[in-house]
Design a protein around this ligand. Sequence first.
Ligand code: GAR
Length: 190
Amino acid sequence: MKNIAVFASGEGTNFDVIAEACEQGVISAKVVLMVCDKPAAKVVEKAAQRGIDSFVFSPKDYSSKADYEREIVRLLDEKNVDLVCLAGYMRIVSDVLLSSYEGKMINIHPSLLPAFKGAHAVEQAIAYGVKVFGITIHWVDASLDGGKIIAQKAFYYDGNDAEEVHRIGQKIEHTMYVEVIDKLLKNNYS
Ligand code: GAR
């Protein structure tokens, strides 16, 4: 059985879907840790409800990013984590995490990368006037929403309702993230 950690900063719908897929045996792994940098985020409650250990912190309580990332690496090592899944974790990771977990850390992003990186991808895509939106899952490196692409799915939408695009994208994210995690764990990260 493999061990997964999920990092999130907000709602945690992807966290929930991944945890459920593990509980149901759809993914042959266990979510052993949820990491969150926003104590008030909904994902914190979701992890507690599922009885999943979490590390919830405020970056301002640490003197540097390296400081809290060292603590995260300690926990990931302690729990023998095989795969780290960023699911709406709104921070760029530094060398501290990457030196131990690069090649074992993936991210999901609501655009067809390399277009529209960052925290407002859908809103930027609508402002640009694109008609084909999408979701990308990629390996994590030190850049913002960079790293080699693992999977992408596109959908056509002609309009300017960002919430609608988020709704369509979220459904795709949920099935896609579970499929990709399962495949990576089964195929030894390829
Ligand atoms: C997801 O849509 C994810 O793609 C996005 O945050 C959302 C988190 O939703 N991530 C990024 O924008 C990364 N740059 P969730 O908390 O409900 O899983």
